[in-house]
Design a protein around this ligand. Structure first.
Ligand code: GLP
Length: 241
């Protein structure tokens, strides 16, 4: 690594110099996003700096969003995901485009009767059957989002067919969403959500609701998601009319 004794040690504002040195290391990808930094103890020994100095430098970079800390696991280079808002893509497609491997862990994958709220949102008659998928979505071992999707059973009769990508299965059924309405709302993640997403309770999250439509106007999915606010940047291109 580029962290050398000369660059960081024995300087008046040693923590600022160390902070700059670590930022450099991250920018040059000497440590890749998602990889761990050496421990505080190792850094302070190797660079001959006090633990306080090392901790202060790291705290500054955590605040900047360059590093993240996971309780008991250490300090890691953050992996932010920049997501354009105007394209109707799937989680799987978004991650694959970044060279990441998506994975799902399901809590629920079954068929049931539509709830009043769902029937309103999806324009379905009461009593109609829907497929429900409730899952945590990961990039490798890192949880990124919790997602609860509802699809009319007339479109997705066998929810077990969805192992990773809902959109892939819909595509194979000739029901790939063509248009969607999406709403984003800032939330602070509750204890249970935070635990599933490996972040501290009260962390910032994005609550996203997506209703997708087929060409004929039928609602194909009603999905409510909680994305980690420390990972996702949503960007949109804006035009004047
Ligand atoms: C995003 C959207 C969801 C959509 C999902 C499909 O996460 N917010 O509304 O259901 O993508 O992703 P996949 O095809 O990977 O299951």
């Amino acid at each position: 690594h580029r962290l050398s004794r000369d660059s960081a040690a024995h300087q008046p504002l040693a923590y600022l110099r160390l902070r700059r040195a670590i930022r450099n290391v991250v920018e040059h990808r000497d440590i890749e996003p998602g990889q761990a930094l050496p421990s505080e103890r190792d850094l302070s020994r190797a660079l001959n700096l006090s633990r306080v100095t090392v901790r202060k430098a790291i705290a500054g970079l955590v605040e900047e969003g360059i590093l993240t800390q996971r309780h008991g696991a250490g300090t890691f280079v953050a992996e932010r995901i920049i997501k354009p808002m105007s394209r109707l893509t799937s989680f799987t497609e978004d991650l694959r485009a970044r060279g990441l491997n998506p994975r799902s862990e399901f809590f629920e994958r079954g068929i049931g009767e539509v709830t009043p709220e769902e029937s309103m949102a999806m324009n379905l008659s009461p009593g109609v059957l829907v497929a429900r998928l409730h899952r945590v979505r990961y990039a490798k071992e890192e949880p990124l989002a919790i997602e609860r999707s509802v699809v009319p059973a007339s479109i997705l009769p066998d929810p077990l067919a969805v192992r990773d990508s809902l959109y892939e299965v819909l595509e194979s059924l000739g029901a790939r969403p063509r248009r969607a309405l999406q709403r984003l709302r800032a939330v602070s993640l509750g204890a249970q959500q935070a635990r599933l997403l490996h972040v501290p309770t009260g962390s910032a999250g994005l609550n996203i609701e997506r209703r997708s439509f087929l060409d004929d106007g039928r609602v194909v999915e009603f999905t409510t998601s909680w994305y980690r606010g420390d990972i996702y940047d949503f960007v949109a291109e804006l035009h004047t009319d």
